[in-house]
Design a protein around this ligand. Structure first.
Ligand code: HEM
Length: 456
């Protein structure tokens, strides 16, 4: 028997209507059961994502985007979805309250070059072995900081190294000034800081004319995976990592020390580049620090222990860290599991950028945030307001917090006070000093020159 299938237009319409109705209902039901949606964010282009919208200063572009999308938004850097987190409360949730859920590191091309991808800071794996690794590195740093000085009256070996390097830097500044008049202080400062970290990691110091110090940069292959096979980029990053290991090849295997070497010298030297620039730009502030050094330390060498008495100097360092926010983001984090923040669903394995710069320039936390004013950290008795100073967010917080904060703060303090105890830093007359940073993983000042004179 044969059936003749005749379907009328009205039947087709009815079927389509029913199917559309079912689809919409399923969608609504799905949303009702999932409840949470992905964070909002700007539309992105194929392949490049939102890269073209970031401009020269992504941390500032993110501050603009925050005005439209709120504290937590989603965009694409190249082909990689990234959640950007702003606002102290959201940052605390991601790094502290839900710290375990966001303690991973994303798989990035650059990170794979550090200690075969097993470095403490950049390892994708986060788990028991990583926790042990961090504990060992933390203990090693602490024991080095506390171990007894060899030849001096310093309180520990670290202090001995830092004080010796700071004195050598003063001499170099004077020599360069005599030789050239104006000079760029960044190269020798990098060498000074690298020598402290080398003493920590390799038990060795290098001469000031070693030129193997490179600046860090952003690797486009992290965000557009196709570029990972583009040899010039791969070669550049590999040579950046290897050039340091060439100093001492056995350390290629020493993942913790290599990480500490990288983490410890670029950050501290960048901070000092900014300090010198702000000092020559604000001679009144320089004078105040010198008066404090003269009154509290006098002619003897500055020591770590002096930090507790030099309130203005400590306030100045805190304001440098806040105002420059030269590490604008933490090292990228990765969500370890599906988590809800600010009412939005953050899927597992999403790359997270924490915008520390925004927190340090948030007008609701800092009055006249864009002004450079060390006094903001002093109470009515002229003492450092420690709880306010701790609000400056530049070392991260929580599980992934920087291991070297104490070392960094001590080192910066000694180098700054040793220099200002003996020298006056001045800008070159013809120089227009520019405080706009050059963007990078750590933001550096544009090249500048200074002059120094012995204090009388
Ligand atoms: C002013 C100087 C410094 C600044 C601003 C700084 C800042 C940071 C930041 C923002 C992070 C990432 C935090 C995160 O991802 O949430 C970090 C991680 C780290 N820093 Fe520092 N750092 C400084 C100096 C140092 C020094 C001197 C050392 C060692 C001697 C060091 C060792 C480390 C290590 C090992 C990590 C990795 C921690 C982890 O992945 O769990 N840092 N630092």
């Amino acid at each position: 028997m044969m059936f003749e299938a005749k379907i009328s237009l009205s039947e087709v319409m009815a079927t389509l209507f029913t199917m559309t109705f079912i689809l919409i209902s399923v969608r609504i039901m799905g949303n009702m059961t999932r409840k949470h949606i992905l964070p909002p964010g700007p539309w992105s282009l194929p392949i490049v994502g939102n890269l073209l919208q970031l401009g020269e200063h992504p941390h500032l572009s993110f501050i603009q985007m925050r005005k439209k999308y709120g504290d937590v938004f989603l965009l694409k850097l190249g082909m990689v979805p990234v959640v950007v987190v702003n606002g102290l409360d959201m940052v605390k949730q991601v790094l502290l309250r839900d710290g375990e859920s966001f303690a991973g590191r994303p798989k990035m091309h650059t990170f794979s070059f550090f200690a075969d991808g097993k470095s403490l800071s950049f390892s994708v794996e986060y788990g028991e072995s990583w926790k042990l690794h961090k504990k060992i590195a933390s203990k090693a740093l602490r024991s080095f900081s506390k171990s007894e000085a060899k030849t001096s009256t310093c309180s520990c070996l670290l202090e001995e190294h830092v004080c010796a390097e700071a004195s050598a830097l003063v001499k170099m500044f004077l020599e360069l000034s005599l030789e050239k008049g104006d000079f760029d202080p960044t190269g020798i400062t990098t060498c000074t800081v690298a020598n402290v970290v080398c003493a920590l990691c390799f038990g060795k110091r290098y001469e000031y004319n070693d030129e193997e110090f490179l600046t860090s940069s952003v690797n486009p292959a992290d965000f557009i995976p196709w570029l990972q096979n583009y040899r010039p980029i791969t070669r550049r990053i590999r040579s950046y990592v290897l050039c340091v290991c060439v100093f001492n090849p056995i350390f290629i295997k020493a993942a913790s020390w290599l990480t500490i070497y990288f983490a410890g010298f670029d950050t501290v030297s960048t901070c000092l580049f900014w300090i010198f620039l702000y000092l020559v730009n604000n001679s009144d502030i320089q004078t105040k620090i010198q008066e404090e050094i003269d009154g509290k330390i006098g002619l003897r060498s500055p020591r770590f222990n002096d930090r507790k008495d030099l309130h203005y100097t400590e306030a100045f360092i805190s304001e440098i860290l806040r105002h420059t926010s030269f590490i604008p983001f933490t090292i990228p984090h990765r969500s370890m599991k599906e988590t809800i923040i600010n009412g939005y669903l953050i899927p597992q394995d999403i790359c997270i950028f924490v915008n520390m710069y925004q927190v340090n320039h948030d007008e609701t936390l800092w009055e006249n945030a864009d002004l450079f004013r060390p006094e903001r950290f002093l109470n009515e008795n002229g003492e450092l307001d420690k709880s306010l100073a701790e609000k400056v967010l530049i070392f991260g917080m929580g599980i992934r917090k920087c291991l070297g904060e104490d070392i960094a703060r001590n080192e910066i303090f000694i180098i700054l006070t040793t220099i200002l105890q003996q020298l006056k830093l001045e800008k070159c007359l013809q120089d227009q000093l520019d405080l706009t940073p050059v963007y990078g993983l750590s933001m550096k000042p544009k090249p500048y020159q200074i002059q120094v004179a012995l204090r009388t």
